[in-house]
Design a binder for this molecule. Structure first.
Ligand SMILES: Nc1ncnc2c1ncn2[C@@H]1O[C@H](COP(=O)(O)OP(=O)(O)OP(=O)(O)O)[C@@H](O)[C@H]1O
Ligand SMILES: [Mg+2]
Length: 228
């Protein structure tokens, strides 16, 4: 069997040193190419679990991304294998012009700016924001910004996508289009979402968090809906 794309092994996160755990002894394995919907009420720990995998919050226990243990020493390499979408797009949009932002991850990997720009335009087009590629970011709507941030996460075709509420700001056609696009990717993905319809369209495994612990892990969407 091929190596899992993401593994949590007894992972605990505490925001305060002696405080209660926000993520509490979570073990979870996501296979290469597997799609997981991470669901749970507000404050159940979804964002925390995702951000721990890219070293943005400290964890106890072990997290491995494509076999590589997540630690301060490995974090740059780990981040190179992950396309991450923050809950708030402004948190990850850095450049004044849309196309430069979407191309940034490619340029950082060594691609020539012209080539990177062309690839970024392709991905922006797929996400329905090709027409604003040359616009300044601050002219975009919230949903458009979310699409641009997503383009930045997808542009390098990483083996693992960690997406925090990617459909939250999208209109209904945008959601359907995004579900189709994600379903066509080879990458493994963990998608934190409150949108069960969107999760279902991705044909997912559901992982339900309650108070930082896994309360359900399986394919039964009706069961999940009942428990939320
Ligand atoms: N930087 C932080 N410092 C202290 N506490 C935090 C921090 N970030 C999150 N928390 C707390 O950790 C808990 C889990 O938050 P988290 O954002 O992981 O939940 P979530 O499941 O993503 O919620 P939502 O559905 O609202 O996005 C919450 O009680 C929150 O207040
Ligand atoms: Mg969250």
């Amino acid at each position: 069997m091929s190596q899992p794309a993401l593994e949590y092994d007894g992972v605990t996160v505490r925001y305060e040193h002696h405080g209660p755990p926000t993520v509490d002894n979570v073990s979870l394995s996501v296979g290469a190419g597997e799609r997981v919907a991470l669901v749970g009420l507000n404050g159940s720990g979804k964002t925390t679990l995702l951000t721990a995998a890219v070293g943005l919050v400290e964890h106890a226990g072990a997290i491995r991304v494509c076999g590589q243990a997540v630690s301060p020493r490995t974090i740059q390499a780990v981040r190179g294998s992950v396309g991450f979408l923050f809950n708030v797009p402004e948190d990850q949009l850095l450049f004044p012009k849309v196309v430069d932002d979407a191309a940034f991850a490619l340029v950082r990997k060594g691609m020539k700016p012209k080539e990177a720009g062309a690839k970024a335009r392709e991905v922006l087009e797929q996400l329905g924001v090709g027409a604003v590629a040359d616009s300044p970011l601050h002219h975009l709507s919230h949903g458009q910004k979310q699409r641009v941030a997503l383009a930045g996460a997808l542009v390098t075709s990483p083996p693992l996508l960690l997406l925090d509420e990617p459909s939250a700001a999208l209109d209904p056609p945008g959601k359907r289009n995004l579900a189709r696009l994600l379903a066509s990717q080879e990458a493994a993905m963990v998608i934190a979402t409150h949108d069960l319809e969107f999760a279902k369209a991705l044909g997912t495994r559901y992982v339900l968090l309650e108070g930082g612990r896994i309360a359900y892990d399986g394919a039964d969407g009706a069961e999940v809906a009942q428990r939320l």
